[in-house]
Design a protein around this ligand. Sequence first.
Ligand SMILES: [Zn+2]
Length: 475
Amino acid sequence: MKKIPSLLLALLLAMPPGMASNLPDLGESSRQFLSDRQERDIARSIMRDIYASPAYLADPETEAYLNNLGSRLAAESTASTRSLSFFAVREPSINAFALPGGYIGVHTGLIQAAESESELAGVLAHEIAHISQEHLSRMIAQHDQGYLPTLAAIAVAVLAARSNAQVGSAALATSQALSLQNQLNFTREHEREADRIGLDILTSADFDPRGMSGFFNRLQRANRLYDNNAPEYLRTHPINSQRIADIDSRVEHMPYRQVRDSNEFHFVRARLTAMEGTPEEAVARLRDQVQNRKTPLEAASRYGLALALARQDKHAEAEKELAPALKSVDSPMLLNLRAELRARAGDYRQALDLYRSGMARYPLHLPLVYGYGGTLILAGQAQQAADLAAAQAASRPDDARLWRLLAQARAALGQKLASHRAEAEAFAVQGNLAAALEQINLGLKAGDGDFYELSAAEARRREWQETLTAESSRK
Ligand SMILES: [Zn+2]
């Protein structure tokens, strides 16, 4: 039901036969294959559907972790860190995919299946290499301009396939999707290049290069058992013996490196486990992990158990499980949960103190900011929440959560135009200009706001309207 566009990736990376030999030198990435505007338009239409889909995992902690890990890797690549954005997809299958605009989706199944952080990092590094080498835009640019709307239509069809299998497959059949998908093996050169560059990125970022070879070997072994149901990763990034041999021979000459997984790697895995199934199932699973010491980091099992208990609204018990974890490990994720549990128990004063000390210690950990802002509103301090969100959104205008926080704070203050305006910005960040326009129109009709706010909102409305009009005229 909740298939996410792994097929889309296959489409995007699929190369028509014969094209591979006409490619410019793959090592050179200075040439632009798509204009920034074209790429932004494509990315916007794809991401709009992803953010609206139930498969998108709207969890700030998981997203923050992936972005931390991803930017540590991207710093070692030629891809601009600024433009990369990682998000999690609620899918048990093992996969990750790169999209236009520097978006990289990671299935929760991949995070759970990785046996070390280096393995997960290896896959992310491979995806980053697809982006730094402009594999997507090379592919897209080889089609004429008329292909762009088709591509967007394919993206929508793939997403539609999740909610309605029949409609989805019919739409796919009418597009060129299936024929493109059958040409998967023509991406072999791109795959090999992404492996080579991904391995360099992985090593420069001080991860264990054997993470990549080990994981691919394991996937391929598993593949023999799967037959036609190969893990999705293998279908979208075909691995053959040659590829594995290439990686193995590179890794062979590298010095052995013992790399310790970050605490957050274990915490995120425990977090995903805590979200799975019913709260009762999650509590039972994590209690078993704690009692039988089934994870390398006991604090992670306790963190997961506390989260699962919180799903059952057993806040006191959750705090009790979390306490020993807080004593043994220092992590913003633990501090965030501790503050959240206090807030959910109704103790806003202490929760706010905890958030403040957490933010002082970890000023870059955004989930603390979101939690702090939300708790300020609950505690009747909406003005402080609005000031915080406005200041943060000014320096991170691409963060939809900050705009939503600002919208909530403004709404609590009874500022209608300002609230709709912030909600509109959140939709615009997520690529949904139609919803952004709807919000800003509601705001303009609300009848409050001074002259400057009204004219600023009016200008924004015009800007979005022009973008939408230009986009539809290109189709
Ligand atoms: Zn690949």
